[in-house]
Design a protein around this ligand. Structure first.
Ligand code: ADP
Length: 455
């Protein structure tokens, strides 16, 4: 039985194919430049050569058709025919405050997405197009929507409301929603396994640092506060997004430079953050290299980003009354950049968060779950690679079976202490063969088979 997960952006359609019986990922890929001339598919099937094909996709239906054609292709495909696909999970940016968990997409759900379209004008219309397109091509299977906002619906009103006229909340649904929820859910559940704790008794500070970044304060296993707001613009300094700033800055510059609201929104989302400060780079690897070569703006950008992360960690530690079981890093930067993790935790020893430099330098792969704090650190620091696609797959499967519920009443496979991510465990085995010392930082309770191989 195959579960397909789709993530349709404005000009792309990403996919992952999961074999439910073998508990294995069969293929991942993406169609780029959907709706533009010159689209192409990049397809990575397990155990076969990667494959790229140029084919124009004037709309998302054409992109979904191309994905399915590729998946069932004799040479490059991973399934004999489309009938083995039993459910489709769709990533949706925003569910407003209507959804606290994933749902099967019916007309009512599509209506809600239409209503909140203005809260995510770049993403939501594309998400809807993807769902409509996939329903057309695969009409006989359940289509499920997994929303990035659902996880955060446990935040109390004093955390999610803004101090603006209350009727804005009533009339226009103005409030903090938070994003990256699918990632936070996965990481929070894995953290409970690694800590050997009941997830509903676990307090965490999770830093999802990628191109887009946010921090989530988790109390008793549920989202208690988060740095992103009504849209993903608020909070940390990101690749191209400004994060927190005085709202008046926007009005002031709009008046001074004669900018429209649309231009300002685009500038704060696409030309600000690290790109705005450096003027050149939004990829942290480029910034690190330039900073090391003496580029002052790149150095400044790193200091600004790190200071903002430390500020959030400190404030969430206070929000938890100092009772925090772990600080966790995840996503591209969180998983790979020891250089930035060091900066994100510098000077936090006084509040019980102490990085082990050697351990931190060793952790730079998606294969393992690592502990990178010193033995003295009151709060342990972990690196836990995220797996949003697995959450989507399991939600879609459980919805199809009628066994799904909100995360506090539902057990994911990765909450089992014997859970193994096969591909990652294989990767870890190879990493350990190259560097047996890595064993020292593999978190207790993480997948053991890879460790056993090296004795
Ligand atoms: P997205 O937010 O688009 O999902 P990811 O979570 O994959 O992105 O993170 C992408 C970012 O991760 C890149 O912009 C890059 O800055 C950063 N990154 C990836 N690998 C490394 C690395 N080895 N060192 C530093 N930064 C990295």
């Amino acid at each position: 039985m195959i579960i397909l997960v789709l993530n349709c952006g404005s000009s792309s359609a990403k996919y992952q194919v999961y074999d439910w019986d073998k508990k294995d990922v069969l293929a991942v890929g993406v169609v780029e430049k959907v709706t533009f001339d010159g689209s192409w598919i990049e397809h990575k099937p397990k155990g076969k050569e990667e494959f790229t094909l140029k084919q124009n996709c004037p709309d998302h239906t054409a992109a979904v058709e191309l994905i399915l054609k590729t998946l069932t292709d004799k040479e490059h495909g991973v399934m004999s025919d489309m009938s083995t696909i039993k459910a489709v999970g769709h990533r949706v940016l925003h569910g407003g405050d209507k959804f606290t968990k994933s749902v099967i997409v019916d007309d009512k759900a599509l209506d809600v997405f239409e209503q909140v379209k203005d809260l995510g004008p770049l993403h939501i219309p594309a998400n809807i197009m993807g769902i409509v397109a996939a329903k057309k091509v695969l009409p006989d299977v359940p289509h499920c929507a997994v929303m990035d906002t659902a996880w955060h619906q446990t935040m109390p009103p004093e955390h999610f409301l803004y101090a603006v006229p209350y009727e804005w909340y009533e009339k226009y649904s103005v409030r903090r929603y938070g994003f990256h929820g699918t990632s936070f859910l996965y990481v929070a559940k894995r953290a409970a396994v690694l800590l050997g704790k009941d997830p509903t008794k676990t307090n965490l500070i999770i830093c999802h640092i990628g191109n887009g970044s946010s921090v989530c304060c988790v109390k008793d296993g549920c989202s208690y506060d988060t740095s992103m707001g009504i849209t993903p613009l608020e909070g940390l300094i990101m690749g191209t997004r400004a994060g927190d700033m005085d709202t008046a800055t926007a009005f002031y510059v709009m008046r001074k430079a004669g900018m429209s609201a649309v231009d300002m929104e685009a500038t704060l989302n696409k030309k600000s953050g690290l790109l705005g400060i450096t003027g050149k780079y939004n990829d942290r690897r480029d910034i690190e290299k330039a900073a090391k070569e003496g580029d002052q703006r790149s150095k400044l950008a790193e200091e600004m980003e790190s200071y903002r992360v430390r500020k959030y960690i400190g404030s969430y530690l206070a929000a938890l009354g100092g009772k925090c079981d772990a600080v966790i890093f995840t996503a591209g930067v969180g998983e790979f950049s020891g250089h930035l993790r060091k900066k994100f935790t510098e000077g936090l020893e006084g509040i019980g968060i102490e990085l082990d430099d050697n351990a931190n330098n060793m952790a730079h792969s998606r294969n393992g779950e690592f502990i990178i704090s010193t033995d003295k650190s009151k709060v342990p620091i972990y690196v836990i690679p995220t797996d949003e696609e697995l959450v989507m797959t399991e939600d879609a499967f459980a919805l199809m079976e009628g066994k799904y519920d909100v995360h506090t009443k539902f057990k994911y496979s990765f909450q089992d202490k014997n859970y193994v991510n096969k591909a990652r465990a294989e990767g870890l085995k190879k990493d350990l063969a190259k560097d047996p010392n890595l064993k020292k930082i593999v978190a207790k309770n993480s997948w053991a088979p890879a460790l056993n191989e090296v004795g």
